[in-house]
Structure formats: structure tokens, C-alpha cells
Design a protein around this ligand. Sequence first.
Ligand SMILES: C[S@@+](CC[C@H](N)C(=O)[O-])C[C@H]1O[C@@H](n2cnc3c(N)ncnc32)[C@H](O)[C@@H]1O
Length: 211
Amino acid sequence: MNVDLISKYFTTLTDTQIQHFRALEVLYQDWNQRINVVSRKDINELYLRHVLHSLGIAKIQKFNEGSSILDVGTGGGFPGIPLAILFPEVQFTLVDAIGKKIKVVQEVVDGLQLENVKTLHSRVEDLDEQFDFIVSRAVAAMPTFVHWTKGKVKKDSAHERKNGILYLKGGDLTDELKEYRTAQVFELKDCFEEDFFETKKVVYLPQKFKN
Ligand SMILES: C[S@@+](CC[C@H](N)C(=O)[O-])C[C@H]1O[C@@H](n2cnc3c(N)ncnc32)[C@H](O)[C@@H]1O
């Protein structure tokens, strides 16, 4: 499986974007041997399990030029790196509490010479910045995540959709989302035909503001 999987679903990629996506394989294989950020099993399926899965967010929301996105608990750079390649005119901040993971992400950013990505070694709770959208995958259950990211979404929207959280989740979310009446769940199996996406979803949670 290779970069063709990405072109299959994103048909208007530029040569630079294709080169960037292609380069990810070598960069991750190299860095993962030194610092394990992607499980061995997954590294063979990097484009499916990490790159295309991350880009599931882009099937739900196109980010406008000049907007700002925070990836919380980015680990090895997912979903932030693939999204930053897809949206070069959007500013991405990738944060993780573990320094060695952020080191790998920074190496990948440097390797691709991505100019729209800032990496931060920090707990998200300690950030004092605001963003249009917060993206994430596999970091915390929604109530904890909402608590950690409180106050970090800009009030004024630069998109038709209200600013908020776009979270890649899997499985049955009934219990986890029961207190979030405004949450919307988008099925990635409606966007991608591979079996991997059968149970995968994007959860959108618009930000609430007190007046
Ligand atoms: C299971 S990994 C997921 C990594 C990546 N998002 C992915 O899907 O491949 C969870 C990551 O969240 C980070 N993390 C957990 N709590 C955090 C917090 N409060 N602030 C920043 N990072 C956090 C961990 O250090 C870890 O790298």
C-alpha cells in the first residue's frame, strides 16, 4: 500500500503534496527505528492506518486559508502532519506531553520542510492560545478532552461550521457522547471503502461559549 491510496481519495493533490506524502514512508521508517512512535504492525500500513485515517477529518471539514488548527496529543504527528500537508495555507500547532514524540514530529516537519507546522512539547492544559479547530485521535475520552481544551477555541468562526473539536474516534460512542447533545458523528465508511474504516468516525463538537 502506498501513496496511491491517498491520491485515490484526494484527486487534486499538487506535485509537492504528493512528494510530501511519499516522503512520509521513508521518514517514519527511519525515525521509528530510533524512537518508536508508530507500532510495528501499523508502520507497514502507514498510508491506510495513519495518513488516510488522519485525512478523514478533511472529508468532513475543509480548513480555510489562514485558519489555525491545534492537534492535541499528536504522538508521531497524527492527524496533524497529513492535514498540514493537505492544507499548506493553514497554520498547525502539534502538541504532545512526551518530548521524544515531539522530537520525531519536528524531524518529520524539518525533513519535509513544512512551513505551516509548529511543534510544542507541553501538556495541552498549559497552552495559552486559541485556534479555529482542535483535532485529535486516541488521546482521551470526550469529557476529559473537553475539560483539557476549554477556552482554546476562538469564538469567531472563519468557516461556515462553528469552531470546535474534530475528533477521530471508533466504535460505539453512545455512552461517551451522551452529555453532548450538539455532537455530530460522521461515518468514515461513507468516505473510504477500505474495511479499516468500517467503525471509524469523526466526531464534531461545536464549542459552547458563555455570553
Ligand atoms: C495513544 S497516543 C495517540 C497519538 C496520535 N494522536 C495518534 O493517534 O497516533 C496519545 C498521545 O497523547 C499524548 N497526551 C496525553 N495526554 C496529553 C495532554 N494532556 N497534553 C498533551 N499530550 C497528551 C500522549 O503523550 C501520547 O503521545
